[in-house]
Design a protein. Structure first.
Length: 238
């Protein structure tokens, strides 16, 4: 994994947040905090729950763990402020200063950038891209090596949001199939989200085979984690 995109996807359990009483903690808004490998479309992490700083920290910590702590990564997200704090908390290292004190410093080879979209009448009218951590030269190097991106973007994680909504009827907008139970909602979120990695062939990941036809590939196949498309039964019983 060399390019990670972060995003949050809204859904709700039993009733929408505006209709919840103060003590109804397991009803209302339930957000998927998602991390996606843009090149392989591999879902690295999903953390469902309330939209809090702690949830952002969890998803960033899982990304760091599942990429073995490497820092030569381009991370992008929307302008959701807690991501900056979470990335700094996860990756900054303490260094000794000339005066004997210690200071937390971000790794030089890690880049984090944001995409801020302004909408008017349901259409995007302006996009502001900001480099938060890292240098412009390293950012350009990461974009040059990318097989899918030539600019700062969150396109691939946003596309995955649409795929997840299509696969999980509980998250379809304006539906009567919304979840009624918090634990069951999160369980189905994990089930659908991670089975996608092994069981769902992504059209844009297909490659030409020896006979000139198309070979379908899942994100796990593109990432080198599997050699075939798994059945749901195979994935459950692994």
């Amino acid at each position: 994994t060399r390019e990670v995109q972060l995003d949050e996807k809204w859904s709700f359990v039993y009733k929408k947040e505006a209709h919840c009483e103060q003590d109804e903690k397991t009803y209302g808004d339930n957000w998927d905090h998602t991390a996606l490998d843009a090149e392989n479309r591999l879902l690295l992490s999903i953390v469902p729950g309330k939209r809090t700083r702690e949830q952002c920290q969890k998803v960033v910590d899982e990304v760091k763990k599942r990429t073995d702590g490497r820092t030569d990564i381009l991370i992008t997200s929307d302008e959701h402020a807690p991501y900056e704090t979470a990335i700094e908390q996860a990756y900054a290292v303490e260094t000794q200063q000339p005066d004997g004190s210690t200071q937390k410093v971000m790794p030089k080879d890690l880049c984090y950038a944001t995409v801020c979209k302004t909408r008017k009448g349901g259409r995007v009218v302006d996009i502001v891209k900001t480099l938060v951590f890292g240098t412009l030269s390293i950012l350009l190097m990461f974009l040059f090596r990318s097989t899918v991106s030539n600019t700062i973007n969150t396109s691939f994680v946003e596309r995955h949001n649409g795929t997840d909504r299509n696969q999980n009827a509980r998250k379809t907008r304006k539906t009567l199939r919304f979840s009624k139970d918090w634990v069951m909602h999160n369980a189905v979120t994990y089930f659908v989200a991670y089975s996608y990695n092994f069981c769902w062939p992504v059209r844009t990941l297909r490659i030409k085979n020896e006979t000139g036809g198309w070979k379908k590939r899942t994100p796990a196949m593109a990432a080198g984690l599997s050699g075939h498309i798994w059945s749901t039964h195979e994935w459950i019983s692994y």
